[in-house]
Design a protein around this ligand. Structure first.
Ligand code: NOJ
Length: 544
């Protein structure tokens, strides 16, 4: 049965934030050659694919999510030859490569926008969203940017306003223009021809807006979810997000991606609709013909209690259509760090959960060693989300700091001195780094590696079904099963000893590092086990 599942269902995806992964040329910013130098880390860890956040030519107003050329490499990160070498070396290690695709907007420096803004009848005028301001000069709708202020900016040359769901430097592309559609589909083909194995689709649910340009209604219960609320949360985003026309577009995108050649590729959609599981699930497509893996972000908000987790996973499982496959994340470059959000002990449990639930997990670089949030001094803050939104706590710099590879001054990330890195290293990098944790059998890194190896070894874990199990106390337990292969997962979500669920047989792994069977789970201990009737064989050896 396992063989029937595609790699993007059985595998694990590792997110590389190129600015912060490895700097190969000493300018304090990571680059593609640096990623290439660190591929052995990913192969050793045991992930299946890497997803690269944007490395395209960009003024870096939103750190690469403002793309000035969808088919190039910014000199900051290297060039196309460096990209080709990276793909070749990744493939040689059995690692797939997923790139970011940013369909909602470009940079205001993209030649398309420069042409579009020239005059009202410029040939590419309709590649972007232009409207007249209201007679009093106000924007045409009340739509807001999460980065602060209205989502419209006046362009003096033509007296019209252009839409930008994010920064003014990120004008929205108009997907109602057939020529724009064709040009963007060509950008997918460009990267597929260079051998990429898939695309992570940035804010996939933002493309296409209400053609009647109606105002959003007020939000009766404003909330930022797990983030501080901002002015953006004062509206219900019904007219500029999750437009029904997006579904036809993703059917076209899927056809372009699936139809390119024989390579099995994936699309991963960034879709934040935390309170509307049905609308999130709609992005699988009625015939599973839209986005392969719409990312679910619910674990970032979840109530970390047995009941909270059981209900959350049950809701996701119920929403995923038959034949669909869940995708979970615990961190990315837009979030606070896992180790800080949950604390070190809890982060270990959360890693077990992420890597054992039914679905394709995405691991964010640095979370495998528990890099904490960094309190970035004001003078070194970079992220426009914090600097321009009026809510400094929304700044994302704290979760984007460089990888710590070893105990040297710049942590092996760069030959530049620490104060010349684009963001500061986390303060405990002399201790919390890859080299130190490779040598420590009790480390989060070694735990992550053991989990990935078990996941690969057990069809139950990489391909099987999910079933919640009864468990007493503060324990969340579930079974994964594929035919004869079954693995029980039990997580003690408390700092007190809890009874071991009856369903637990011989231990395959414990976050506490011991494989001896006991009657109890220790504080914050998580275990993987065989069911009682079926001995699981010797515990998994963890080589160096
Ligand atoms: C989502 C990306 O993850 C985020 O970093 C970016 O700022 C916005 N999309 C806008 O592209």
């Amino acid at each position: 049965m396992t063989g029937a599942r595609p790699w993007w269902q059985t595998g694990v995806i590792y997110q590389v934030y190129p600015r912060s992964f490895q700097d190969s040329d000493g300018d304090g910013v990571g680059d593609l050659q640096g990623v290439r130098q660190r591929l052995d880390h990913l192969a050793w860890l045991g992930v299946d694919a890497l997803w690269l956040s944007p490395f395209y030519p960009s003024p870096q107003a939103d750190f690469g999510y403002d793309v000035a050329d969808f088919c190039g490499v910014d000199p900051l990160f290297g060039d196309l030859a460096a990209f080709d070498r990276l793909v070749a070396d990744a493939h040689a290690r059995g690692l797939r490569v997923i790139v970011d695709w940013v369909p909602n907007h470009s940079s205001d420096r993209h030649p398309w926008f420069e042409q579009s803004r020239r005059s009202r009848d410029a040939p590419k005028r309709d590649w972007y969203v232009w409207r007249d301001p209201a007679p009093d000069g106000a924007p045409p709708t009340n739509w807001q940017s999460p980065f602060g202020g209205p989502a419209w900016t006046l362009d003096e040359t033509t007296g019209q306003m252009y839409l930008h769901s994010f920064l003014a430097e990120q004008p929205d592309l108009n997907w109602r223009s057939p020529a724009l559609r064709a040009a963007m589909f060509d950008t997918l083909r460009f990267w597929m021809a260079r051998g990429v194995d898939g695309f992570r689709i940035d804010v996939a649910h933002h493309v296409l807006k209400d053609p009647a340009f109606r105002d959003n209604p007020p939000n009766p219960a404003p909330s930022g979810g797990h983030k501080p609320a901002s002015a953006y949360d004062a509206q219900l985003h019904v007219h500029e997000k999750d437009h029904p026309d997006a579904h036809a577009l993703y059917r076209e995108v899927r056809a372009v991606v699936d139809g390119f050649d024989d390579r099995e590729r994936v699309t991963l959609g960034e879709i934040h609709l935390p309170d509307a599981l049905d609308r999130w699930a709609a992005y699988f497509g009625e015939a599973l013909d839209e986005i392969h893996l719409p990312i679910h972000f619910g674990l970032l908000d979840v109530d970390w209690t047995p009941d909270g987790l059981r209900r959350h996973v049950a809701a996701v499982e119920a929403a995923v259509p038959p034949g669909g496959w869940p995708t979970y994340v615990l961190g990315n470059h837009d979030e606070r760090r896992l180790a800080t959000r949950l604390g070190a002990a809890h982060a270990r449990l959360a890693t077990v959960l992420l890597l054992t639930l039914r679905g394709t997990p995405t691991l964010y670089n640095g979370d495998e060693i528990g890099i904490p949030d960094v309190d970035v001094p004001d003078a070194r803050r970079r992220d426009p989300m914090g600097l321009r939104s009026g809510v400094p706590a929304l700044g994302r710099d704290s979760g984007r700091t460089p990888m710590a590879w070893d105990g040297s001054a710049s942590a092996g990330f760069s030959t530049a001195p620490p104060d010349a890195l684009w963001l500061p290293l986390h303060p405990d990098h002399a201790r919390v780094n890859v080299e130190a944790q490779r040598n420590d059998p009790a480390s989060l890194l070694r735990l992550t590696r053991r989990l990935l190896a078990l996941r690969r070894r057990h069809p139950a874990l990489h391909a099987g079904s999910y079933r919640a199990l009864a468990a007493a106390g503060e324990v969340f337990a579930f079974e994964r099963r594929q035919g004869e292969d079954a693995v029980i997962v039990a997580l003690n979500l408390s700092g007190a000893t809890q009874p071991l669920p009856r369903a637990v047989g011989s231990l395959l792994l414990s976050t506490a590092g011991t494989s001896e069977r006991r009657a109890h789970l220790g504080a914050w201990e998580g275990v993987l086990a065989s069911p009682p009737s079926r001995p699981g064989g010797p515990p998994l050896a963890d080589g160096p």
